[in-house]
Design a protein around this ligand. Structure first.
Ligand SMILES: *[C@@H]1O[C@H](CO)[C@@H](O)[C@H](O)[C@H]1NC(C)=O
Ligand SMILES: *[C@@H]1O[C@H](CO)[C@@H](O)[C@H](O)[C@H]1NC(C)=O
Ligand SMILES: *[C@@H]1O[C@H](CO)[C@@H](O)[C@H](O)[C@H]1NC(C)=O
Length: 248
């Protein structure tokens, strides 16, 4: 082989590596951080009892997530000063990663919503939310979407695979404790799609199903044909991608 050919094959080799990297990153899930301040929840002052309850609830939240498979729920304070704080991690996440996501998210959320009594954050590995306690924890006060800009080569095939996988996960959740999490993957064509669905365990099973069916319906107009997407609410979520996001 002469030098020119060697150089050419090196360039070809590099090009193939680059192609591979691009196609891997295209199959990855989308990572946005979502922060929502609950505007109808009222506000609190910097040195109010509500702030004291809130800080005390949030400080213990990360440490509690390992007791209930990535879910923590804390009520702190009395009457008007009472706070309900909740954390949720995907059921497949290691307890250590869950606690550290919750811990890292709290200061970001407090910065985004400095004086609202109610607020929520959704990140790739956890959700954190708080409000003054309410009678019914089932409250879809936001539905956030994360959608990849990249469309599947064959949208029909993707949508068919997604609805099969969705049906499968909903059946698993319905048969077992509907508030547990469900994860599965499905091969179609020469691809594989991965999906997770989960509810916060502080809502009734019926509301969990209602929540999942709601986001499942909203997925179509929002994300039709996208290679990766997530639908995130205070009570349930759904995520899919062409990569096994459990190991990311
Ligand atoms: C709640 O009220 C009790 C009794 O009045 C008091 O001892 C306690 O410190 C209060 N807790 C908080 C978090 O304010
Ligand atoms: C969370 O952060 C607090 C204060 O920064 C720290 O004391 C605690 O150990 C952390 N907990 C976890 C589980 O990372
Ligand atoms: C998508 O796949 C289906 C089933 O394999 C096929 O009938 C259809 O022609 C494909 N559409 C496109 C745009 O490739």
């Amino acid at each position: 082989m002469n030098t020119l050919m060697k150089t050419r094959s090196k360039i070809l080799f590099l090009f193939l590596i680059l192609l591979n990297v691009v196609s891997i990153s295209m199959s990855e899930p989308v990572f946005y951080d979502i922060f929502r301040c609950k505007t109808d929840s009222g506000t609190f002052q910097a040195n109010s009892p509500y702030k004291t309850s809130l800080m005390s609830a949030l400080n213990s939240l990360a440490g509690e997530t390992d007791k209930h498979h990535g879910f923590a729920s804390k009520f702190i304070g009395n009457k008007t000063d009472e706070v309900h704080a909740v954390a949720l991690c995907p059921g497949y996440l290691k307890p250590k990663d869950c606690a550290s996501c919750v811990n890292n998210t709290i200061p970001l959320l407090l910065k985004k919503c400095p004086n609202q009594k109610g607020a929520a954050a959704w990140r790739f590995k956890c959700m954190v939310r708080y409000t003054a306690p309410v009678v019914n924890n089932y409250d879809l006060w936001f539905v956030a979407h994360e959608v990849s800009d990249i469309k599947a080569k064959n949208v029909t095939m993707l949508e068919k695979a997604l609805s099969m996988l969705e049906g499968d996960l909903l059946r698993v959740l319905y048969r077992n404790d509907p508030r547990a999490y469900a994860f599965n993957s499905l091969g179609y064509g020469d691809q594989r799609i991965y999906m997770v669905m989960q509810c916060t365990p502080d809502i009734l099973s019926d509301n969990c199903m209602k929540c999942l069916l709601h986001i499942s319906r909203e997925k179509k107009p929002c994300c039709n044909g996208a290679i990766a997407a997530a639908m995130l609410t205070p009570n349930c979520y759904l995520r899919y991608a062409h990569a096994d996001f459990r190991i990311l």
